[in-house]
Design a protein around this ligand. Structure first.
Ligand SMILES: *[C@@H]1O[C@H](CO)[C@@H](O)[C@H](O)[C@H]1NC(C)=O
Length: 95
């Protein structure tokens, strides 16, 4: 009985995992007064790849999830994202 439940739970976990998408943001540039949040909300499990993006001006950019307590955000890929000027670039999820 217990093993049947375990298998069902595994299948549910696996089917959720296969529903998660990979989303790529390469070489985006934000500027001026842009306010941007890119990432999952509501327990979403999409995996974001944030590569070589830049920002300047007064932009406020957050790359990461904004999920309710109890959800575990997936691990995203961060590489080469650079803020200049007064831009604030956050690479983090808020749980
Ligand atoms: C990001 O920039 C680095 C350094 O310029 C480069 O080596 C790398 O190939 C770039 N990544 C992508 C995915 O283009």
């Amino acid at each position: 009985m217990c093993s049947i439940i375990s298998i069902v739970l595994l299948l549910i976990a696996f089917s959720n995992a296969t529903l998660a998408k990979n989303i790529w943001y390469y070489y985006h540039h934000w500027s001026d007064n842009d306010i941007v949040h890119l990432g999952n909300t509501n327990c979403g499990q999409d995996i974001y790849h944030f590569i070589n993006n830049t920002c300047d001006g007064n932009a406020r950019i957050r790359l990461g999830d904004d999920v309710p307590g109890g959800c575990i955000p997936p691990t995203h890929v961060y590489h080469g994202n650079i803020a200049s000027g007064n831009c604030q670039l956050f690479e983090a999820s808020i749980v």
